[in-house]
Design a protein around this ligand. Structure first.
Ligand SMILES: [Zn+2]
Length: 73
């Protein structure tokens, strides 16, 4: 596990979250406003997305359901 420091996309609260070592996106819940958001660790930077703004490939739930198909609108 690795920890990264991110800002909540809803209330901008700064917090440290655990990310896996495999660069997979993960859901986190803001410790201040309680909203769910997605953190995706990249090679050089960390992306923080609101759940509804995340593309399918960055949404852990979508990835579980759509493992092989692409998920275009
Ligand atoms: Zn928040």
């Amino acid at each position: 596990m690795s920890t990264v420091t991110v800002n909540c996309p809803y209330c901008q609260e700064s917090m440290t979250v655990n990310q896996g070592d495999d660069y997979a996106p993960r859901f986190h819940e803001c410790c201040k406003c309680g909203q769910k958001f997605i953190v995706e660790r990249g090679l050089s930077k960390v992306k923080v997305m609101k759940e509804k703004d995340a593309p399918c490939m960055s949404n852990p739930e979508c990835r579980e359901i759509e493992t092989s198909a692409t998920c275009e609108e």
